[in-house]
Design a protein around this ligand. Structure first.
Ligand SMILES: O=C(O)CCC(=O)C(=O)O
Length: 296
């Protein structure tokens, strides 16, 4: 089983590793390697499904205009999260079987600070994680498009200690106080190209685990930017939350991510064996997956 995603492998050999792949899949793997992110046109049936996802999630949105894990209540969101073409591309680029574990719907731009998902969700082996950002409507300038820094997946991974937090498990306030400003400074200092993602409804953008991304400022007040983010892990990894871990001391906070296909957790593994997970986390995941069975 691969220990490094194919497109991030230092031994990557285009002629050897992309031989036999369909041209669009090979293009996707090449873009992931070069830029840390790549586009996919979801294809037939997707724009209509995006409309259904909007209709099904509108009543669920919070006052802030977002909903977490709507896949449990919206069959359209669940179908988008499991879109076969996306999973086929991910399988080719990573060399392991992907599974979707979380969704986030937004009505308008999130204006989130730039970050790498490797502070929120990580895995062992490293980097077997990605985000799939799906436009549920055409993204217009001024609506706070997703922003990403091309090539930033190759920068060193930033831990909480790297950004000046030296205690044990951090809180969200520590993240805001330390991570967000330091990470923003790193991006400016990197000089890497910053892109705003203006894509049509039914297209997706995949970001690598360490690609810096966030939400740009909304300059057209009242505009919508309906979107769905699907976070994916890959089979047989050890899944954990770096922000709540002490990475340098080797104390990792494990996760039991649900597999959106089945609605039940995937147990984290280390060297092929089930890893230890605190019973409180197991009880919480059991309750989560029993009490919120997916609909449709
Ligand atoms: O959609 C956005 O504006 C940002 C989403 C994001 O940063 C994330 O889900 O990690």
């Amino acid at each position: 089983m691969r220990q490094v995603p194919l497109f991030e492998d230092p031994e990557f050999d285009e002629a050897r590793d992309l031989a036999g792949l369909a041209p669009d899949v090979a293009r996707f793997v090449r873009d992931m390697r070069a830029h840390g992110g790549a586009l996919i046109e979801l294809g037939e049936g997707a724009p209509e499904l995006c409309d259904r996802a909007v209709a099904e999630t509108d009543p669920l949105l919070t006052r802030e205009g977002r909903v977490h894990d709507a896949w449990r209540r919206s069959p359209a969101v669940r179908r988008l999260a499991l879109w076969p073409k996306v999973h086929a591309y991910l399988r080719a680029a990573y060399g392991r079987e992907p599974f979707a574990f979380q969704t986030l719907n937004f009505r308008q731009g999130s204006q989130q600070h730039a970050h790498s998902d490797m502070i929120h969700f990580s895995s062992l082996p490293e980097r077997f994680m990605c985000g799939v950002w799906i436009a549920l409507e055409d993204v217009k300038p001024g609506s706070g498009p997703l922003v990403y820094y091309e090539g930033s997946h190759r920068l060193p991974v930033a831990t909480m200690r790297d950004v000046g937090f030296n205690g044990g498990a951090a809180t969200h306030t520590d993240y805001e106080r330390h991570y967000e400003p330091r990470f923003g400074e790193r991006m400016v200092a990197s000089g890497l190209p910053r892109h705003e993602l203006l894509i049509p409804k039914g297209w997706a953008f995949v970001w690598a685990a360490n690609l810096a991304h966030g939400g740009s400022a909304i300059t057209d007040a009242g505009s919508t930017r309906r979107s769905l983010v699907v976070h994916c892990y890959f089979e047989d990894g050890y899944y954990f939350t770096p922000m709540f871990s002490d990475m340098e001391a080797g104390r990792l906070k494990p996760r039991l991510p649900p597999d959106i296909r089945t609605g039940w957790w995937r147990w984290p593994k280390r060297e092929g064996r089930r890893a230890a997970v605190p019973w409180r986390s197991v009880a919480a995941a059991l309750w989560r997956d029993l009490a919120h069975r997916p609909r449709g």
